[in-house]
Design a protein around this ligand. Structure first.
Ligand code: ZN
Length: 308
């Protein structure tokens, strides 16, 4: 009776990958059960998950290779993959909370989260301008919530200001406020084809050994005006989640990342564990640690995993 119940579907946000074109449903080999979908195919999936009561989605765009440039300009084009998809999603499912990933790495020809300067280093201030433009273009398309994931200094305040100036003061800002430089993102990079061509992103993601820095990052984003904070990845960072819960009154989202998803599938595939039981246990762990929102690939399989 005193047990924390399994979270209802409304607590979940499902990350989805949208590609250009129609009738596309490409399996992501490192994330069994997840697909890159063209907008029309995504709508079909959404009619299923909205019936199951899923709380929301988080839309990632995958740009065609030929359209990538140094600035990642397709990220903020009204004709971008995400913008087109969001317009269709909100037309069909006006009630579905639609969040969008705001970053440039899927749109830059070098795979970094902001434009590079002449010495090959990400230009933080320029990146903030591009990210703000991207967030506004998503809000114009109908996004309810924008989620900046680039980890640039000052990105939250830049985006908040730009949204307010454009009349989108109601648009929710969910910040990837504590995002670790983690080895658990591998399958996602496969899904988004967004591994950096050269170098890594460790310079602008938190070190997983540093608790104080991790908590400070979230605190700064709260001061900058974030509406929802996030811990990413989640299962390896339950202590951070719990400490952050004690530090803030904002809602906290736990991002149950691709590696955490695929790890359980791989274990179950080898007959070393029961998939549904492992997913349920790990999900309860996130709730116990203080997550209000669970961003998870399991959301797309809610009925199969949690209702059987
Ligand atoms: Zn990025």
């Amino acid at each position: 009776m005193l047990d924390i119940p399994l979270p209802g579907p409304e607590k979940f946000i499902w990350p989805v990958f949208v590609v250009e074109g129609t009738k596309k449903r490409e399996a992501i080999s490192s994330m069994p059960g997840q697909y890159r979908l063209s907008a029309d195919m995504l709508l079909k999936e959404l009619s299923r998950v909205t019936k199951e009561g899923i709380g929301g989605i988080l839309v990632f765009g995958v740009a065609d290779k030929g359209k990538k440039d140094n600035n990642g300009s397709m990220a903020f084009s009204a004709k971008g993959t995400v913008q087109k998809a969001v317009r269709e999603i909100k037309r069909e499912f006006p009630e579905l909370v639609t969040c969008t990933d705001v970053c440039l790495c899927a749109y830059t020809n070098h795979g970094h989260c902001g434009p590079l300067d002449r010495s090959g280093i990400v230009n933080n201030d320029k990146a903030n301008q591009m990210l703000a433009k991207t967030a506004v273009s998503h809000a114009e398309a109908g996004a309810d919530c924008v989620a900046p994931s680039a980890m640039m200094d000052g990105q939250v305040v830049s985006i908040r200001k730009a949204l307010d100036k454009a009349g989108f003061n109601q648009t929710i800002l969910m910040s990837y406020s504590t995002k670790f430089a983690s080895a658990m993102y591998g399958p996602f990079r496969d899904a988004e084809n967004s591994a950096p061509g050269k170098g890594d992103r460790n310079g602008y993601q938190a070190s997983y050994g540093n608790i104080r820095q991790a908590l400070l990052e979230s605190q700064l984003d709260e001061i900058e005006g974030a509406d929802i904070l996030m811990v990413k990845p989640s299962l390896f960072y339950l202590d951070i989640l719990e400490k952050l819960r004690g530090q803030t009154n904002l809602p906290i989202a736990a991002y149950n990342v691709s590696g955490e998803y695929s790890m359980l599938i791989a274990t179950a595939d080898r007959g070393w564990g029961n998939l549904n039981a492992m997913v349920r246990e790990s999900t309860i762990a996130l709730c116990r640690a203080g997550a209000d929102i669970i961003i998870s690939y399991w959301a797309g399989r809610y009925k199969e995993i949690f209702r059987t």
